[in-house]
Structures are given as C-alpha cells and as structure tokens.
Design a protein around this ligand. Structure first.
Ligand code: AMP
Length: 307
C-alpha cells in the first residue's frame, strides 16, 4: 500500500460567508489534504504542530479516518494556529481577517521514522524553509508535490525558489502562478515555473477548474458547476489531497495518470464547498464520490464530427 506524507497546518479557522459565520472550527491545509486523501486506499500521516487548546475531538476526526498523527506535535501551553477569513458575495474572492501563527511561528517539523519512507510527499502551504526541512528528512520519495501561496512570494522569495527547485509538482492558483512567473498568460506562466524546477505544474482556477501542464502536454478538468457554494475554504487543499491521494494509491506518476488525479481532486473539492469547514468531507459515502465522478465524465465527454 502506498504511503503519503502530508506537511501543513492543522488549525482553527473562523469563516464568514453570505450564508453565515462560524466560531472556531477545525481547519488547516494538512487537515483538508488528509481528509481528502482518506478516500483512497493508502497510508497517510500528518506532520504539523498544535497547541494544548486543540480539542481531542478534532484529533479523533483525523485518526478516525486512519490518518497517522505520530508527527503531530503538541506544544505544552501553546496556542494552535488560527486563521479567519471573509468571502465576497461571489464566493470567489476572500479577505483574510486574521492570521495568528501561534505555535506555527517556531515550528520545526520532525518526520517520524515510520513516515520517512513515504513514496509521495505533499508539502502543504507553509513557510518554504519548513517545507524544505521536512523534505530533507525523507529517505527516497518518488513524487514531491508542493502547494504555496502569494504570502511567501511577498515575504520569502529566495527560500520559496529554493524549495520549488526541489519538487516534482507544484499546485498553485491562477493569480499566484501569474505572480510567481511575472506572466499573464497561464501557458507562459507554466513555462516559466517549469524552468524553476517542477516538471509538472497544476494551476487551480477555483470554480473554473484546473489546468495540468507537463513539458508541452496540457490537460484541463472543469470544476463541477454547483447550485450553491456554501464555503470554499479548503477547496484548494482538498483538490491537492485528492490529486496526491490518487497518485499514492495507484503509484503511477505518468502524465496520463495525473490527468485522472486532477479529476479525482476536482471531484473531492466539489464536495468540500457544500458545507462549512471540512464537515462535508467527514460524512461522504464512497458511492457519492463515484456517482459524482460519473457526472464529471458526462460533463466533459463529447463526440465531435470533424469534416
Ligand atoms: P484554501 O482555502 O485551500 O486556500 O485553504 C484554507 C486553509 O489554509 C485554512 O483552513 C487555513 O487554516 C489554512 N491557512 C491559511 N493561511 C495559512 C498560512 N499562512 N499558513 C498555513 N496555513 C494557512
């Protein structure tokens, strides 16, 4: 069985959308990646840090879905990372209201022995040096995927380029791809980013789906058009978790298989946005996942008569 190592935040989030407002709920990039990955046949483990204020019931949510938490460090007397955000009415844009790094500020990741041999490494959005440190502890990963955000482009450019040069795949949203590359066209942005190191570039376009590039190959998967998006928080991480999870399960890192992985990622992300926080990822039935994959297929498959 394939093993997936996940490095990222395990957090408290407070979210506001036009449908309502939450108190402090379970969040964090590693949480969403881990929950999405748990829908595949694999072993996974999270490397992260929390404070003593993090309730046992949240930890149980992870372990109930068979996510290994040997690498989840608890800092005595510490406070868990906290993020709050407010979505615009179109549900695409959002403003970060507050980020409290708390225990994340001094995080030194320690990858437990039993996770160092994972074939696939998913480096969730964190300080690039933390991502680098975790990666250096791995024995011989076959595929390293990195997610990042504009914050690190603004504040830790050199460190970010260092970690980007060491990964196989980068997942990034469209605005961030433009910022990272200095190119407006996403095709050109991908070409610039490939030159930085990753052979595969995945550009997430929110409700407009995702693009996959490798060398000169290109593939596009839509996002499922939904009647209502309740809360987009974690959709990007869920996409990444689905992408990484499918590749870990199949152990096939070819471009053809990555196309499937993108569809699995988009499919899981479409569930994530249906409820506040990670709630929808907790009660999903395998049948629902497969039924929606069928909808994805019929949405994009067409025969065309060529002259
Ligand atoms: P997404 O909606 O996929 O971009 O991810 C949202 C998640 O990212 C939330 O659950 C937050 O807890 C987490 N997050 C937000 N900002 C940061 C940050 N600077 N470092 C690590 N995690 C973050």
């Amino acid at each position: 069985m394939g093993k997936l190592l996940i490095v990222g935040s395990v957090a408290f989030d407070a979210i506001e959308t036009k449908y309502g407002k939450t108190g402090k709920i379970l969040g964090g990039a590693a949480t969403y990646i881990g929950l999405a990955g748990s829908y595949f046949n694999l072993k996974s483990g999270i490397v992260s840090v929390i404070g003593e204020d993090f309730p046992q019931k949240n930890i149980d949510i992870l372990t109930d879905r068979n996510i290994n938490i040997d690498g989840l460090e608890v800092i005595k007397g510490g406070k868990t990372f906290f993020w709050s955000g407010k979505y615009h009415d179109d549900m695409n844009g959002r403003d970060t209201l507050e980020t409290q790094l708390n225990v994340m500020a001094d995080f030194e990741p320690k990858v437990p022995e039993n996770l160092q041999d994972a074939e696939v490494v998913m480096l969730g959005n964190l300080h690039p040096l933390v991502q680098l440190s975790a990666l250096e502890q791995m024995k011989n990963p076959k595929l390293v995927i990195l997610d990042t955000m504009n914050f690190w482009m603004d504040n830790s450019w050199d460190d970010l380029l260092k970690v980007i040069s060491k990964v196989d795949v980068i997942t990034i949203n469209d605005e961030e791809a433009r910022q990272l590359s200095g190119e407006n066209s996403l095709v050109k942005a991908n070409q610039v980013i490939q030159k930085m190191g990753p052979k595969t570039v995945v550009i997430k376009k929110g409700e407009h789906g995702a693009l996959l590039f490798q060398g000169n190959h290109m593939f596009f998967a839509p996002a499922l058009p939904l009647e209502e998006v309740f809360d987009p928080t974690g959709a990007g991480d869920t996409f990444a978790g689905g992408f990484a999870g499918y590749l870990t399960q199949t152990k096939d890192f070819s471009f053809e298989n990555m196309k499937q992985a993108v569809v699995y990622g988009s499919n899981l992300a479409s569930f994530c946005v249906e409820k506040f926080g990670p709630d929808r990822l907790l009660d999903l039935k395998t049948e629902e996942v497969f039924n929606r994959l069928k909808i994805f297929k019929s949405l994009t498959q067409f025969d065309i008569d060529l002259p």
